[in-house]
Ligand binder design. Structure first.
Ligand code: NAD
Ligand code: MG
Length: 296
């Protein structure tokens, strides 16, 4: 074994306190301190997704960006969706991956809009010459302490982005997905251990888990697998753009058995596994990446 293969996970990534920092939703990762590690310098592909055609939502930053880097370096051609205000993060992702010879198409637009979701799938199919992989990572999290202050507008938006878009994108994609395709959704530790300030968000994450499991059973015989990833506290723009109160930022992730927040790159391998043929008998499953706060 090479020496660098033996690393202590406790201090493999940033372990210190985070500086308080606030950005308007959805935030730009390039302006974060420290900038989240999405595997730009470290993720090495091994051809596990060679020839695959992937749509990744929320792919500009955080976990989605780590997935985009990993999928591209594993050989997939990718379409990345994000919001227009995140163009800077999306542009830097495209520049990084295209310099390595990958094919990256950027399609900005809001998943709150059913018609846009339908168009996004259609355009992805057109640009990639088909579609056989969806990593649905986009999500909205906005902390509110008391239900009395949780507006209908907010929880409707959270449900539209986190849950409704999965129905709209999947309905359209199933017209195109061939046997062997894979869908990976993104739930959360919040499904299993909901925080009091994330009432609407945690509810959407439980809905995503149920959606994933029911859909997986519905399409199993078609040869399509559907799984979900449940992250614990991961250092991303979601957290500093309203996802947490600023008072919780310095110690973010420190209450896990591992004692630190996770970095997006630490999720990449799980999405690749669930996307590839290596997980051929895995469907309707949720895979936790939580630093030790397990999901059951
Ligand atoms: P992130 O901010 O980097 O990614 C979220 C992305 O969602 C944004 O980049 C944005 O492009 C997209 N998005 C938001 N609203 C949208 C809209 N209306 N239309 C289209 N796209 C929209 O943060 P992240 O933490 O990497 O989040 C990725 C996923 O991981 C989310 O589903 C989140 O709920 C989930 N998650 C995150 C954590 C964590 O601690 N960071 C923990 C558990 C689950
Ligand atoms: Mg972003």
């Amino acid at each position: 074994m090479k020496e660098e293969n033996l690393q202590n996970p406790v201090d493999m990534f940033y372990t210190g306190e985070f500086e308080k920092q606030e950005q308007p939703y959805p935030g730009v990762q390039a302006d974060m301190k420290p900038v989240p590690d999405c595997g730009e310098k470290s993720y090495v592909g091994h051809g596990r997704l060679e020839g695959r055609k992937a749509l990744i939502t929320g792919g500009d930053s955080g976990i989605g960006r780590a997935v985009a880097i990993a999928f591209a370096r594993e050989g997939a051609d990718i379409v990345v969706n994000y919001l227009e205000s995140e163009q800077e993060d999306a542009d830097s992702l495209k520049a990084l991956l295209e310099a390595e010879g990958s094919t990256v198409h950027l399609i900005p637009g809001s998943l709150q809009d059913e018609q846009f979701c339908v168009r996004l799938v259609g355009q992805a199919v057109e640009k990639l010459g088909g579609l056989d992989l969806m990593a649905l990572v986009a999500g909205r999290q906005h902390s509110v302490e008391n239900i009395e202050d949780l507006t209908t507008e907010q929880f409707r938006e959270t449900f539209e982005i986190n849950v409704f878009s999965l129905f709209w994108l999947t309905k359209e994609a199933l017209k195109h997905l061939p046997e062997g395709s894979s869908i990976v959704t993104t739930t959360s530790i919040q499904d299993y251990k909901p925080s009091p300030n994330l009432l609407d968000y945690a509810s959407t994450k439980s809905a995503i888990t149920a959606f994933t499991r029911a859909l997986a059973k519905q399409v199993a015989k078609k040869g399509i697998r559907v799984n979900s990833v449940a992250p614990g506290p991961i250092w991303t723009p979601l957290q500093i753009s309203g996802g947490q109160p600023q008072s919780k930022i310095p110690e973010f992730g420190h209450n896990t058995p591992m004692g630190r927040a996770g970095q997006p790159v630490e999720l990449a391998g799980v999405y690749v596994f669930l996307a590839s043929n290596e997980s051929s008998y895995v469907t309707a499953e949720v895979y936790g990446v939580t630093g030790g706060n397990h999901t059951e």
